[in-house]
Design a protein around this ligand. Structure first.
Ligand SMILES: O=C(O)CCC(=O)C(=O)O
Ligand SMILES: [Fe+2]
Length: 398
């Protein structure tokens, strides 16, 4: 598994967020560096002031120690009606929980009650101040992006108002007797190659490596975290908003050593429709995407990173007349129906798969679907997903 440690991740020095005032020379310089990095690489490291970060870093990671000291059954109680939220543990190495609104003290208080029946004010306060800090960083980056591309300030204000800021805490850990660790040459892929479904994702970790980013020339580089480094990645919805100027960052998590890795993620999602602003459509950049219903896009996705519906199939301008319509929710389909539709439609769809999986998938898309279907609790979601594909194809044929 090839990785390059030498490759550089662009760094933009932010120092203190409150010092970055729109219009000042430091703002304009950071704004350009942010957008150049996003266009060229799809990611950058925001370097904040050590003085601010060190305390924040120590407090949040000590709170995470407390959180993950509880047995897994406690974290399983962290549920959410929304997809990709709440507790998940897809493989032996991952254990992840989260809160839906990183800015809300009430959510932080309720989250603490899952673990401490009488609450834990100190824990909630740490989580809330960390959530607000990450959200502030994200909003600063978003304002820079809107400003750089000449998109009106009131549109940025309304975009920020319509965003949800989800905070995710993940622990990666392999038991020391795990066979991957015994055969040292075999790293463990905890999350396969993928792009996030969000608008942006910010990642902070406890200095234990694991996150790897794919460069434009196909090499993997390791994100080497530090208390003052926050990796900002572009995701699918930003690709759409920027009318393809910015591509989503491809990344994965690979465990190469027997250490506990904690990561903190802030994922941003629009609560409604997201579209390309008129300022980003010109002769060189004709309109590429129809408006995207962001919650629907996320809901129709499959957690398995190998089998996701990509943005282009979902709402690219010419290929998807269904993008503006409200997609109906289907009744669960029967097994034979599912396999028939997938076998029938696979040739027409662009699905994202890691290159290793591509060959397998080509030979038998139905087999992959069948494997997926075995996970009973995912079947309903899969039906909606397949139904949507079918619906889009029918419209295509009209
Ligand atoms: O934990 C990390 O560093 C990244 C996790 C990730 O890529 C994800 O949850 O989508
Ligand atoms: Fe991710």
């Amino acid at each position: 598994m090839d990785t390059t440690k030498q490759a550089k991740i662009p760094i933009v020095v932010f120092s203190k967020l409150e010092d970055l005032k729109p219009g000042t020379s430091s703002w304009l310089s950071a704004r350009k560096q942010v957008c150049d990095a996003l266009e060229e690489h799809s990611y950058f490291v925001a370097r904040l002031s050590e003085e601010v970060c060190l305390e924040l870093h120590n407090r949040i990671f000590s709170a995470l120690d407390d959180l993950f000291d509880f047995p897994k059954e406690s974290r399983e109680k962290n549920m959410s009606e929304k997809p990709f939220r709440g507790h998940y543990s897809d493989n032996v190495a991952i254990d992840s929980v989260g809160i839906d609104d990183a800015t809300s003290l009430e959510e932080a208080l309720n989250f603490a009650k899952i673990f401490w029946p009488n609450g834990n004010d100190r824990f909630s306060e740490i989580v809330n101040s960390y959530g607000k800090f990450m959200t502030g960083l994200d909003q600063t980056v978003t304002r820079m992006i809107f400003d750089y591309y000449g998109v009106e300030k009131y549109k940025c204000d309304s975009h920020i108002k319509s965003m949800e800021y989800v905070l995710k805490f993940t622990r990666y850990k392999l038991e020391s007797d795990h066979h991957h660790l015994q055969k040292k040459e075999q790293p463990y892929v905890a999350i396969g190659e993928h792009e996030d479904l969000s608008f942006t994702t910010i990642i902070h970790d406890n200095d234990v490596n694991g996150l790897e980013i794919k460069t434009k020339d196909g090499k993997w580089i390791v994100f080497d975290g530090s208390p003052s480094s926050f990796l900002v990645m572009a995701s699918d919805a930003l690709q759409l908003w920027s009318n393809d100027r910015i591509k989503p960052c491809t990344h994965r998590v690979v465990l190469r050593e027997n250490k506990v890795r904690y990561s903190l993620l802030l994922l941003t999602y629009n609560k409604g429709i997201i579209c390309v602003p008129e300022e980003l459509i010109d002769e060189e950049h004709s309109l590429r995407y129809k408006p995207l219903n962001h919650p629907e896009y996320v809901a129709l996705q499959y957690r398995d990173t190998k089998t996701r519906l990509c943005l282009k199939s979902f709402c690219v301008c010419s290929a998807c007349p269904a993008a503006n319509r409200t997609l109906p929710v289907a009744a669960p389909l029967q097994q034979e129906e599912l396999s028939f539709i997938v076998a029938d439609s696979s040739s027409k769809l662009h699905m994202r798969r890691s290159s290793r999986q591509k060959d397998q998938a080509k030979s038998s898309p139905t087999r992959i679907l069948m494997q997926n279907n075995r996970r009973a609790k995912e079947v309903d979601k899969m039906s909606v997903y397949i139904y949507t594909i079918k619906n889009m194809m029918e419209l295509d044929e009209d």
